[in-house]
Design a protein around this ligand. Sequence first.
Ligand SMILES: NC(=O)c1ccc[n+]([C@@H]2O[C@H](COP(=O)([O-])OP(=O)(O)OC[C@H]3O[C@@H](n4cnc5c(N)ncnc54)[C@H](OP(=O)(O)O)[C@@H]3O)[C@@H](O)[C@H]2O)c1
Length: 234
Amino acid sequence: MPLPIRPEDFSSVIPTLAKAGFAGVNVTIPHKEAAFAICARIDDFARRAGAVNTLIFTPRGIEGLNTDGYGFVANLRAHGVNPAAGPVLVLGAGGAARGIGAALQDEGAQITITNRTPERAVALAAALPPAKVLPWESRDAALGDYALLVNTTSLGMVHEPPLPMSLSRAAPGLTVADIIFAPLETQLLADARLQGLQAVGGLGMLLHQAVPGFEAWFGIRPVVDDELYRIVVA
Ligand SMILES: NC(=O)c1ccc[n+]([C@@H]2O[C@H](COP(=O)([O-])OP(=O)(O)OC[C@H]3O[C@@H](n4cnc5c(N)ncnc54)[C@H](OP(=O)(O)O)[C@@H]3O)[C@@H](O)[C@H]2O)c1
């Protein structure tokens, strides 16, 4: 059930949902930081990301999780990609990059962050030591040094410009992951496939990030399989 809520109403509306019988909610842009602030308890990923995407209403108050990173890594693994196969270049330093960067580090990956606004890349790297920072202008030229490229910017999404990124310097084993799920096939993924590189889309992350919340709300751990993909895409 989609519930569009104005930012100024978020902290008053959410507790009423608990009273109305909801088991919990997923939270997306622009509410993830506000969700963090109203939780009585949060998990370690949410603490490190400074953002919450899953709320669980319990008799002891609201619990908050950040499952973006879990969903991203689970989706990589479902595609046979080892997140720690080599250095990772993360494009973007917003809310999604925070959760994904932390999860990749937990898997043992070395991450480098590049972002249009350099201050945000520096701040995120400082929050996730020993992450490195690369100037945004150097992303094409440096690509050959990485085993995994992750687009966490909103570029490439419907109604947004495409991501300006050349893959011509990619190493042959590069995996390109895009967390955008609308459209299912972004220009970045199409470019990667054209070049014979493995490409991983964002819909799988969306489905996998929902698993821990669904299990907490309903007591059933759903399986992300081809049938679920078909139902969601239809
Ligand atoms: N697949 C999934 O399950 C999933 C989960 C979460 C998010 N997402 C998607 O991921 C995207 C990012 O989400 P978010 O929460 O991280 O958003 P966010 O916090 O608003 O961050 C947006 C990022 O995109 C960059 N950006 C925006 N416009 C740009 C431009 N014209 N040129 C260069 N960089 C630009 C921003 O750079 P600056 O810092 O320079 O502004 C920032 O790094 C959204 O499209 C969202 O739908 C997907």
